[in-house]
Design a protein around this ligand. Sequence first.
Ligand code: IMP
Length: 287
Amino acid sequence: MKKLPDHLEFMVSETYRYFSHSPLREQKYASLYSTINVGEQPLQILQLSGRRWLAIAQCVSRILEQYDEFKLHFEISDDYTGYALSNFCIPRHYEGDLENVLIPWGLIQDRTERLARDIFHEIKDEPLTALCVLKGGYRFYTDLLDKLTTLNRFHASVSVPLHVDFIRLKSYENDDSTGKIRVIGGDNLNNLRNRNVLVVEDIIDTGRTMERLLAILKEHEPKSVKVASLLVKRRPDSTGYRPDYCGFEVPDRFVVGYALDYNEYFRDLNHICVINDSGKEKYKIPL
Ligand code: IMP
């Protein structure tokens, strides 16, 4: 496994973060990068302008392919059809409501273990307040914290003291973002003052919820804020927001299970699945 030279690490990660999702970001950062030299292979990223962001994303992907350890996320491609439901134990009450299993529970566990390790090594001995975004984030949160506390038990040299906090937001009705994000419960956010906060969320869709939440948190003057999201959806209308830690990047489909809901249904499903049209119809809120 090759190690990305230090001086390129920042450049590649920032390029990737800013260019892979939002064409709007390109103009802002285009002037920063012109050529990336990786070992003997110079990768030309010429005069960035207009809609060259896609070319940049492709170049960066090529770099990332060569440097396994630098892969920032786990991408599930748009043409991926998932696993047949018949291969897994699906609660009988949801059997007719799902298209496929996109991410089996076991894979979520394995990926979460790796995210916990990345967080653990980055935070080191600093106390950390893990803020769970309810309700969708609760299963990812408990599994992530479980894995962090396991690391705490087995590492003699590094130890991350953990505090837990919760916040409840509301933004979705049926499978549509309402655009209005409201804090509807949780702990007193003043507790976050001067703390290193790790926000734990189920999914970044357009990115609006997280951008709004980060603005709210900032008002309470935390020492630092990082975000771990189990999923990031590839949406054409994304704000371009990228979390610090991402479990899986997924296609633009409505997914349920592992605490992600459709109008409060499917939280009691272990795997992350794509909901089908009849499921959407069955559990729709009449408008
Ligand atoms: P955003 O503001 O568009 O990023 O939406 C984020 C919120 O929408 C998440 O916290 C979820 O509660 C909800 N959400 C977005 N997409 C999905 C999905 O595919 N399944 C379940 N909930 C979703």
